[in-house]
Ligand binder design. Structure first.
Ligand SMILES: Cc1cc2nc3c(=O)[nH]c(=O)nc-3n(C[C@H](O)[C@H](O)[C@H](O)COP(=O)(O)O)c2cc1C
Length: 225
């Protein structure tokens, strides 16, 4: 076995300026904000959480609640590196949150979750590499009518603040997956992390090499709609 040493992250003495990747911003669909969520107690959620591998279609409210509780931006902080740090439901090294979330359905339509406005944004003409990605999912698991979650890292964001940042980005992906597993259980949804990273397709979304796939998951309703 070869263990790849990703290096030991250290904060830079002098921060680097980074220009974030510009996502397509046309065709925005604002999601409903969950008003009164009637959730089980945390200890119940922890006792019941299991990876569940059947995936019914999700309605907008289910998706919106899941994203609200796992990815939305709660607060924004200072901008020292070319973008603002943020607070969200999960922790992230340096409050950088370098991982974008793309969602795909069995019709192979993909959108980006925009965490500041709690909205979906179409990917437009950059979407095409993801059709090959959807075709790979049945090699690992039958997605049925589920929604694919693709974690797309923008490593340059974390590298603006840290040297040897790779492991921070992978750990951010793990934090997100663990948190989502609990949120899915709280909402009585089925969630399964996938071992595939989304590469090489996620990286092909841009040609400046600013993006990289760092994981996938499937999310679905528990009972068919
Ligand atoms: C990083 C990661 C990758 C995983 N990849 C897959 C996968 O590709 N297919 C799958 O069916 N389950 C996958 N799982 C789910 C595990 O198999 C599951 O968590 C494990 O069997 C323990 O079951 P539990 O989650 O119900 O406790 C993955 C879990 C993690 C954390």
């Amino acid at each position: 076995m070869t263990w790849t040493d990703l290096g030991n992250p250290i904060p830079r003495d002098k921060l680097r300026k980074y220009e974030p990747y510009t996502w397509p911003s046309q065709n925005v669909e604002y999601l409903p904000i969950p008003i009164e969520l009637n959730l089980p107690r945390l200890e119940e959620i922890i006792a019941c959480r299991r990876t569940r591998r059947t995936f019914g279609q999700l309605n907008r409210e289910q998706l919106a609640s899941f994203l609200w509780l796992s990815c939305r931006i709660n607060a924004k902080g200072e901008d020292h590196v070319g973008f603002q740090i943020t607070q969200r439901p999960v922790p992230s090294a340096g409050a950088i949150h370098p991982i974008h979330l793309l969602l795909g359905n069995p019709n192979n339509n993909w959108v980006r979750y925009e965490p500041e406005n709690h909205a979906f944004v179409q990917l437009g003409n950059i979407e095409s590499p993801l059709s090959k990605l959807w075709a790979e999912i049945p090699d690992v698991i039958d997605p049925e009518d589920g929604t694919a979650l693709l974690f797309v890292a923008e490593p340059g964001k974390t590298y603006a603040k840290y040297k040897f940042a790779d492991s921070l980005i992978w750990r951010d992906a793990g934090v997100l997956i663990g948190h989502m597993a609990l949120v899915a259980e709280a909402l009585h949804l089925n969630f399964c992390p996938l071992g595939i990273t989304g590469e090489p397709w996620a990286g092909k979304l841009d040609n400046q090499c600013q993006l990289a796939g760092v994981g996938m998951a499937l999310l679905g309703s528990r009972t068919p709609l």
